[in-house]
Design a protein around this ligand. Structure first.
Ligand code: DX5
Length: 228
């Protein structure tokens, strides 16, 4: 158990591997499977070499479920679009530190819009890039792959960075969740949780689990809880 751990383990699917022709049904299946939130990977083809969907697609499935939504904004200049994702029904907004010239102002904007704010860090980005904005954060996301695609290999060398992130976040005067995203499966979730991650994103491993979504959620939650 992590020192100062005020948080429960959260298991969150990325809908990247979902059948986009049935996205509402897929979100309902995820909610029924017991996920804690649903993550939408928003990609613009500029910050990452892939394009996915925008706020209108998220809004179209908002009414299908009651589970909270988070938007992982892998987009350049996110300030222009943040309000659209909040209006679409995302309770938590994740911006990449690498895309924010004025990160403090961007996070304040998210908070002013009534949403929770989080910062994602690419594998090369040091954790101290968020050291001076902890007061504005609900969560930090340490990427364990290079963003843009699902089904990539978990980068195990990120585990010391995850440990350093947990140590930094423990210096804040409030609890800040630590999320990891990329290559999380039954084989890798324990290493991430033991390093200090309490929020685990899974796409491929969850959707491809041989016994289905509910079994995947239970397995990931059990393994993460035992290791944390
Ligand atoms: C990368 C994406 C993926 C996705 C999870 O840009 O953010 O990490 O959410 O994909 P898996 O779980 O398949 O690695």
């Amino acid at each position: 158990m992590q020192s100062g751990s005020a948080a429960a383990i959260k298991i969150i699917p990325s809908v990247l591997p979902a059948d986009f022709a049935r996205l509402g049904d897929e979100c309902q299946a995820l909610e029924k499977a017991g996920v804690d939130r649903i993550q939408f990977d928003v990609m613009d083809g500029r910050f990452v070499p892939n394009i996915t969907f925008g706020p209108d697609v998220i809004a179209s499935v908002r009414g299908a479920v009651s589970v909270p939504f988070e938007a992982h904004l892998m987009i350049e200049e996110p300030d222009h679009l943040i309000s659209r994702f909040v209006e679409a029904g995302c309770e938590l907004i994740i911006v990449h530190e690498e895309t924010c010239i004025h990160l403090h102002r961007t996070l304040a904007l998210i908070n002013d819009l009534g949403a929770q704010a989080a910062v994602a860090l690419n594998p090369h980005t040091p954790i101290d890039r968020v050291a001076h904005v902890l007061d504005l954060l609900n969560m930090v996301l340490v990427m364990t792959v290079n963003p843009g695609f699902g089904g990539q290999k978990y980068i195990t060398t990120m585990e010391p960075k995850i440990r350093g992130a947990r140590h930094l976040l423990n210096t804040a005067d409030h609890w800040i969740d630590l999320e990891v995203d990329g290559g999380i499966s039954a084989a890798t979730v324990a290493g991430a949780a033991a390093s200090g991650a309490n929020v685990l994103i899974s796409g491929s491993a969850m959707f491809r689990h041989p016994e289905g979504l509910a079994a995947a959620v239970t397995e990931l939650r059990t393994l993460a809880t035992e290791a944390y």
